[in-house]
Design a protein around this ligand. Structure first.
Ligand code: ADP
Ligand code: MG
Length: 684
């Protein structure tokens, strides 16, 4: 066995307890230990004269301990160790709390380097609990760039650094260069050994940058190889081959003409389903782009070949709405549609299940209830998941396991830039509806400050007076003390609106309500029994309330652009002129500039590209809507350039060496397979 796979317990200072704590971070082996990357880093390189320390500044000082440290007990369980340190420029008062053992380590007349945060008051300078080491000793905690590890209870920074040092030394000769030399040469990447060393113990900031670049590149590169392998595996399987049918027959019955984008995406899906291989496709389209029609066309197509389809939505309200839509589209053909949701009676559920098994239903629309083990089909060919990000990867898989490799369609209203979608959903084929049905009105969008509040209230009064309804979205549930006071909480804000509008019906939904309670309030809003619905972001789901014409988002600067766009998509779904008001007091030009983009376009893809440009891909990877393995370093703000370059490089290599069979790709292949195995054999 190589050193790389050696258990962390092998290291000095790592016993059973610490090994368990590391296990919680997913770290079991030496390789995993030095692949556990730190960040951020503290620059402890500059030593400042004491007299130059500024309030709140974190810095190193070098000085002599001027007197024997004095220990005092101020009360039970509280001991202070006080000492004074001098350099040529002045004196620094240092206090340690409950670390009396340091008294023997800090000797009068000796020189030390301290690192801590300065407190400056009335011309005196002080530090509390600074780290230190003897001047002239090997630099470990001062005089260098020091990593900060994202740790859990039971582990300390010092212990982690120590362990990383030992692991790197033990594995020095076998540090895995997963990338073939041809690749590292071509893209000017730092060597593996240099990179692992400098990510943990940066010699300086430029070495750190090189290390990060190399490791992020490697991570994306291996991910690309893994996705390619998974896709290859999928393509080996055979799927249900549906018979060709003329989709124009279906289109002809619609109350409107399908858009070009709808036609194109339907043909993409149809050609998959007739190919003899299982479809595995993501349908991406902005809110209101008409994804339901595409799904209905696919259901119709499967039905023409005599097969059943299942359609899963994240909430009961959505399932009900889809029930109506699908019936309208499909009932004229005699397609038999059933519904399966949690609140149906046991008997109703039993009947639907029996009908599915007997093949007496052609389509079932439901919620998670569809996943129940006793839901079985006679001839299921197509499994569709709407708002796929609302389901876990496992749940999506469960639906798809209701038959032997049915065709699978995922639908998502989150526009993701194409470059990124190819990666995040790399295992799937992606279809994009990039065109809205004609006549759709843009939602007029404004960014306003608190000073605008009275006019905003008048605006609400006027629109509701005309019979419309309004959404108000707040960023959090209740004052928790962690966020600044001005952050509106849904509950408080609802209470406030009730006083401002005693004549209007105000209700509130937030994450603390049970799913049933949320749905009940939402259903009341859909029925028009509520004028103003205050909520946290739970309304993001694709519920259709055509009468809602106003979306107000409080503390808008706290939301990502794509999220704001999703929220805005809740209005403008009917024939009424609709508005979105982003309330933000943030003075920062950057936040304002970001929000301004919302006033300039209603195109979700443009907005998500802008989001990607401004915030980097980390947010998209971080959202965990996909089943991709967690990215160690690339998730920490790696930029799009590295991602794109690594991706292209991987495609090039795979074109030359499809199975990664060449000797120089051996390591790469191992790492790729390990990544797939760790994810349980599938990502999306
Ligand atoms: P989403 O992509 O958000 O799920 P829907 O499928 O709910 O969008 O469609 C939004 C609205 O647009 C629905 O009322 C639907 O009937 C309508 N619609 C869909 N396609 C067209 C079209 N080609 N022409 C006109 N209206 C359409
Ligand atoms: Mg929808």
């Amino acid at each position: 066995m190589s050193m790389l796979e050696t258990d962390v317990r092998y290291l000095g200072g790592i016993g059973e307890k610490k090994a368990q704590a590391l296990g919680k971070l997913g770290v079991f082996t030496l390789f995993a230990l030095f692949s556990f990357f730190p960040g951020p880093y503290e620059a402890r390189t500059v030593i400042k004269p004491i007299a130059m320390l500024m309030e709140n500044e974190s810095a190193c000082v070098r000085g002599m301990v001027a007197e024997t440290p004095a220990l005092s007990r101020i009360r039970r369980g509280m001991e202070l160790l006080k000492l004074r340190v001098m350099d040529d420029s002045g004196a620094l008062d240092i206090t340690y709390f409950n670390q009396s053992y340091l008294r023997d380590q800090l000797q009068k007349g000796e020189y030390y380097v301290f690192y801590g945060k300065a407190i400056v008051s009335g011309g005196r300078r002080a530090m509390t609990n600074p780290v230190f080491e003897r001047d002239g000793a090997a630099h470990t905690v001062t005089g260098r760039i020091v990593p900060v590890y994202p740790l859990t209870a039971g582990l300390s920074q010092k212990m982690m650094m120590n362990a990383a040092r030992q692991a790197l030394t033990a594995c020095a000769d076998q540090l895995p260069d997963a990338l073939p030399v041809s690749v590292t040469d071509k893209y000017n990447l730092a060597q593996a050994r240099f990179s692992y060393e400098n990510i943990h113990f940066p010699a300086d900031f430029s070495a750190l940058a090189l290390a990060r670049q190399r490791l992020a590149f490697e991570e994306f590169f291996i991910l690309a190889c893994a996705l390619d392998a998974l896709r290859g595996r999928r393509e080996e399987h055979s799927g249900i081959r549906l018979q060709a049918a003329d989709i124009e027959v279906f289109y002809a019955t619609l109350p409107f003409r399908p858009t070009g984008a709808q036609r194109r995406t339907v043909s993409e899906a149809i050609s998959d389903m007739s190919s003899g291989r299982p479809m595995s496709r993501l349908l991406q389209g902005d809110v209101g782009s008409g994804k339901t029609l595409v799904a209905a066309a696919c259901v119709w197509y499967a039905w023409k070949s005599g097969f059943q389809s299942a359609f899963m939505a994240p909430t009961e309200i959505l399932a009900e709405q889809h029930m109506e839509t699908f019936c309208a589209f499909l009932a004229p053909f005699g397609v038999r549609v059933g519904k399966l949701i949690g609140t149906m009676t046991a008997r109703q559920k039993r009947d639907v299940k029996a009908a599915l098994l007997a093949g007496e239903l052609d389509l079932v629309i439901g919620t998670h209830a569809l996943l129940s083990g006793d839901v079985r089909f006679k001839r299921l060919a197509l499994a569709i998941t709407d708002e796929q990000h609302r389901f876990g990867v496992d749940q999506r898989a469960q639906l798809n396991e209701k038959a032997d490799r049915p065709h699978v369609l995922f639908m998502s209203a989150t526009p993701i830039p194409r470059t990124l979608a190819l990666i995040i959903y790399g295992e799937l084929d992606v279809s994009v509806i990039d065109e809205l049905p004609p006549g759709r009105q843009a939602v007029d969008t404004f960014v306003v400050g608190e000073g605008y509040r009275p006019r905003l209230n008048n605006f609400i009064r006027r629109l509701v007076g005309e019979g419309r309804q309004a959404f108000v979205v707040c960023p959090m549930i209740e004052e928790s003390g962690e966020l600044p006071e001005d952050v509106k909480s849904a509950e408080n804000h609802a209470a406030q609106l009730e006083t401002v509008f005693p004549e209007l019906r105000v209700a509130c939904i937030h994450g603390r309500l049970k799913a049933k309670e949320k749905e009940a309030v939402m259903a009341g809003f859909v029925r028009g029994e509520i004028d103003i619905l205050v909520s946290t972001t739970v309304v993001e789901v694709g519920v259709d309330v055509p009468n809602a014409a106003l979306m107000i988002i409080e503390n808008a600067e706290r939301f990502g652009l794509s999220q704001l766009h999703q929220l805005r998509g809740r209005v403008g779904r009917g024939r009424h002129k609709s508005y979105c008001v982003l309330v933000s007091n943030s003075e920062g030009g950057e936040a304002r500039a970001r929000l301004k983009i919302m006033t300039q376009t209603n195109d979700g893809f443009k907005i998500s590209e802008e989001d990607l440009r401004l915030r980097g891909p980390g947010e998209f990877f971080g959202s965990r809507q996909h089943g991709l393995p967690e990215l160690h370093i690339a998730g920490m703000g790696a930029d799009m350039n590295i991602l794109q370059t690594a991706w292209d490089a991987a495609r090039l290599l795979l074109a030359e060496d499809p199975g990664l069979c060449k000797p120089e790709s051996r390591r790469l292949k191992e790492r790729t397979q390990a990544l797939i195995a760790a994810a349980g054999g599938r990502f999306n």
